[in-house]
Structure formats: C-alpha cells, structure tokens
Design a protein around this ligand. Structure first.
Ligand SMILES: [Zn+2]
Ligand SMILES: [Zn+2]
Length: 343
C-alpha cells in the first residue's frame, strides 16, 4: 500500500481542500475522481505464448486508490485446470469473473468455485489482503464444498481466524437454517511461514511455489513467489523497494509480475511529504523505481516483465508514462498489464 497512516491520507486531502491545491493534487487525493480513473486501459488480452499449458491471469492491476477500471492487486496461475491465487485485492471476486467471462474455456473452468481453494499472500498490507473474506465466503454461497488453504507471512492464520469469527453469526445461521448449505465450504485454514531468504512453501503435482523475502517498508516479511510449473516459471513480486533479492526470485522467469512507481513525476505524489526529497525518502522505502526494476529484470534475464500496481503521477496524465520510464532503462519485453490479461 502507499502508507500505513490513514491519518496522513486524511490530512493530505484536507490540506488540499483548505489550501486550494492544484487540480492534480486534489484529483489524486480524492476517492472518486482522478485522471487515471478516467482512462479505460481497454479489454483483457491473451498474451500467453501459443501452446502454453500454464498461464498467469491478472485478476487486478490497481493500487490502493479505487479505480473503476482496475481491481486491487491479484493474480492467478492456472495449471491443468487448477488455479493458484496470489494476493486478494479489493474486487478479486469480480476480477475472477471478468477473466473467466472474457477468456472462457480452461480459464473459466479453473475459476469454478471448487478450484478456488489455494491462496498465497505476498504481504499483509490491506490492498493485498482485503479480498480474503470474499474468497472465503462468496464461493461458499455458490456451493463450494471444500475449505480454503491460505498461505502467507506470519499473521495470516490469525487474520483468517479473525475473518471467520467476524462472520460467525451469519455462517452459523446459514448452516442451521438452510439444509442445502455445504457444511465445509466456508472453512479456511491459514498457513504461516517465516522465510528469511528463500524456500519452498508449497508443492503438488502442478506447481512448486517458492517464497523469496524482499524489502517493503518495515514489514518483517514480504514475499515474491516463484511458481515453477511443468512448462514455465511464473514469478509474482511482492511490493517493494529495489532489492537485489528479487534477482534470485525472478531468475530466468518466463513472466515476472512487478509493481512500480513513477520516479520522474514523484513530486506529484499525494503522499510521502511536501518536497520531492521528503517524498523520495519515504516512498522509496515502500516502492520500486523504474530504473531499479529495469536493473533487476535485466540481471535476472526475465523473458517478459509485466507491470501492475503502477503508481503513475504524470501531469498531464499519460497512461504510459511509467511504462516509458521503465523502457528508458530496459530493452527487454515489457507490458503494462490490464485486468483480465493472460500471460
Ligand atoms: Zn500494494
Ligand atoms: Zn504493500
């Protein structure tokens, strides 16, 4: 997320209102209106290589600010009709429907509710976890029979248990009063793991999932997930500053999904301080510069770099401003993702 301080957001919005700040600052600090929100990036695309048996699906490519065209961060890896979900941003349930509706076939099959039982969380920030209740409870209403397994940093089990407790009254009422309610589909089990460098955290016949720790603000754990399938290596980064540990995570990947934040237009960021220097001091502890991401992707020799969770502060607004910044430093294949894209 941008910043753990809600108060700071409120102060910024209030300051913009009181001080008659520029239209851009107003727009970026507001909930319902921004230049970015007026830009429709277009329909999902199928950018997977022909014949690929494993695909990566973008369920949400946005960031904490609400955007009518981008759900919160989330991806899925689909292998042999089974889905493995990575992060659950706001709107993830609708993001699944968007991709399934657009692509149909194997993707729609993999997103049937009985295949939505494995979720991996990169880090505990709300923009990556606020969709967890939707993935636990909404599929149950569509008759999911099996519990979910949710994997992530220390604290994930506590959070999953707290979600179930928060909805306990309605769960118990449905179980007691509706005989058609599946008895186990509402359940969820958390699996905490503390990985200090890297390690395998999950394996089955379709995937090996390794977690790589890398820096994001003061979070004790923030993982990139390297997913090795029978035919491809698909890597989903956590949020994070430029950290060389990402090079090992992404080494030789067919697809490397990463967040990125504008450096050229950082002065327009609606958070992080008043001056560019102040903003840089804070924001580069949270997020990665285009030049740093380019260096990491180049060193890792990734085959396709996919940008999401893009913080674009250009004024006037250029939807490709951050993509262009990355391309200044990177000459490999790079795409700015849309919700529903397949890679
Ligand atoms: Zn985030
Ligand atoms: Zn974050």
């Amino acid at each position: 997320m941008f910043n753990s301080s809600v108060n700071q957001w409120s102060r910024l919005a209030l300051a913009a209102l009181l001080c008659g700040a520029s239209g851009l600052q107003m727009a970026l600090a507001g909930v319902t209106e921004s230049y970015e929100n007026r830009h429709d990036p277009g329909p999902p695309r199928n950018l997977a290589p022909p014949g690929a048996k494993s695909r990566l699906v973008m369920l949400g490519t946005g960031h904490p600010l609400p955007n009518p065209h981008r759900f919160g961060p989330g991806t899925a890896v689909v292998v042999n009709g089974q889905s493995y979900l990575f992060d659950a941003g706001e709107g993830v349930w609708r993001g699944l429907a968007k991709a399934a509706t657009f692509h149909g076939g194997v993707i729609a099959q993999a997103f049937q509710v009985d295949n939505l039982t494995r979720l991996f969380i990169t880090h505990m920030h709300p923009d990556h976890t606020i969709g967890i209740p939707a993935l636990i409870l909404q599929p149950w209403y569509l008759n999911r029979a099996n519990p979910m397994d949710i994997y992530g940093p220390p604290g994930i089990t506590r959070r999953v248990d707290a979600i179930l407790e928060a909805w306990r009254d309605t769960i118990e009422l449905d179980l007691a009063k509706d005989p058609t309610t599946p008895p186990h589909g509402w359940k969820a089990r958390g699996h905490d793991f503390a990985i200090d460098s890297s390690g395998v955290v999950y394996q089955d016949q379709n995937v090996k999932v390794e977690a790589f720790q890398h820096k994001h603000w003061e979070l004790p754990y923030n993982y990139a997930y390297r997913v090795t399938t029978p035919d491809r290596v698909l890597v989903i980064g956590g949020d994070g500053s430029g950290d060389d540990r990402l090079i090992a995570a992404a080494q030789g990947a067919d697809v490397f999904v990463a967040e990125v934040c504008s450096e050229a237009d950082l002065g327009n960021a609606p958070w992080g301080g008043k001056t560019v220097e102040e903003k840089g001091q804070l924001i580069w502890q949270y997020h990665i510069k285009p030049r740093e991401l380019a260096r990491i992707a180049t060193a890792a020799r990734v085959k396709m770099l996919v940008l999401y969770h893009v913080q674009n502060y250009s004024d006037p607004y250029d939807p490709e401003a951050v993509l262009k910044e990355v391309r200044e430093y990177y000459d490999g294949p790079v795409v700015q993702a849309r919700d529903g894209d397949l890679f």
